[in-house]
Design a protein around this ligand. Sequence first.
Ligand code: NDP
Ligand code: 2IT
Length: 449
Amino acid sequence: MTPHIDEKVEPIFQEVLNRNPGETEFHQAVREVLESLGPVLVKHPEFGHHKIIERICEPERQIIFRVPWQDDEGNVQINRGFRVEFNSALGPYKGGLRFHPSVYLGIVKFLGFEQIFKNALTGLPIGGGKGGSDFDPKGKSDDEIMRFCQSFMTELYRHLGEYTDVPAGDIGVGGREIGYMFGQYKRITNRYESGILTGKGLDWGGSLVRTEATGYGATFFVQEMLKARGDSFDGKICTVSGSGNVAIYTIEKIHQLGGKVVACSDSGGYIYDEQGIDLELLQQLKEIERRRIKDYLNYRKHAKYVESGNIWNIPCQVAMPSATQNELNGKDAAKLVKNGCFAVGEGANMPTTPEGIRVFLEAGIAYGPGKAANAGGVATSALEMQQNASRDSWTFEYTEQRLEQIMKTIHRLCYENAEEYGTPGNYVNGANIAGFIKVANAMVAMGLV
Ligand code: NDP
Ligand code: 2IT
């Protein structure tokens, strides 16, 4: 059935459009959730009475600030910083920071909005938020990155707290940036508060498996979708877009589970390696040397690099978009389905356009939306918070088991809610409904706040 907004919900969506002009990604993310909620209001009239949808679409707090810093040539640079504290019904605001030139309020709000439902699905006590900056880390020296992070944190620190708001990484923010930001927080406040950021280094409060968690978790989610259809990763040809944190550990876990990833990409193009992506080489190029994916060819002569190429043209059985929003459109989806793809798991946030989603749902393939499939990252961040709170650190094996169990539970929740609300197999509805109901119940219980 083609997704549409129920007539009771339509005026709420119109109001969101009016109140947030020009924020197209935010509109897209809200529309997708609201399309799932018509039947929920029928079963739960109290949510309508308490105006839960209207309240959930309005962030609790939005912070926008100037980030001045000096580059290596001594020039003054100005960027814009954001933190949108969207919803704290289930716990402190939790969600990553993105450093990318495309960042503006509409991107931060779409990410923060989706984070509310994603975090609810994890079953852990975390609310939803997101932040970042239009700063472009590409080509910057370590010193420049450090000065930027210090300036960014000099404003952000006053809004953070173990019980208030706990950021982490996202595009352009990894272990290095979290380190610089944690150092600055500690310096300004004179407090060693491990619980104010996640994704920390293993020697200073970080959790094992957090680096791997999003990619591993997304792969576990797809494994569950395949299991539900009596299938597995074994022998499957896969493509994974991106070559950053999420893509790398998606590739690793797929290989561990017996699949073969033949292509990955960055914003310059994709590489195709029919023997399977050489993960060690990819990690050396991307994690250590911070080079372009094109350089893979220098070491694997038989591979192919297609500049500005479209990775979704490559035939595969499982596709895992793990780069950025709207990277897979209706045409790409149709091509994937035509080429025999029968499972899609989103490591990235909102990588598939609404037309693409429609194609996947109409084709009846297993389609796991980002807010469910990539929840393993933030879930493991919540496990890092647990370890910090108890001044403990768990083993890799134990933490990975917890992650796998969480992903299984999220899959089951999505699967069951999709069935209960009359759209079996539709993980989009399942995720939106299951996440929304948890947050809505908490908001009703806490009164008008
Ligand atoms: P990284 O910065 O580590 O990697 C991002 C990758 O995506 C790079 O290969 C990058 O290529 C590519 N990319 C980014 N922006 C664009 C763009 N506008 N066009 C084309 N390619 C692009 O980020 P992550 O791996 O952490 O994040 C990837 C996705 O996963 C994002 O959607 C993020 O929101 C989501 N996510 C991340 C989580 C985490 O824990 N890190 C958790 C849940 C979701 P290039 O280097 O050329 O820019
Ligand atoms: O989109 C996401 O879930 C993240 N970038 C991870 C957030 C977190 O707080 O770990």
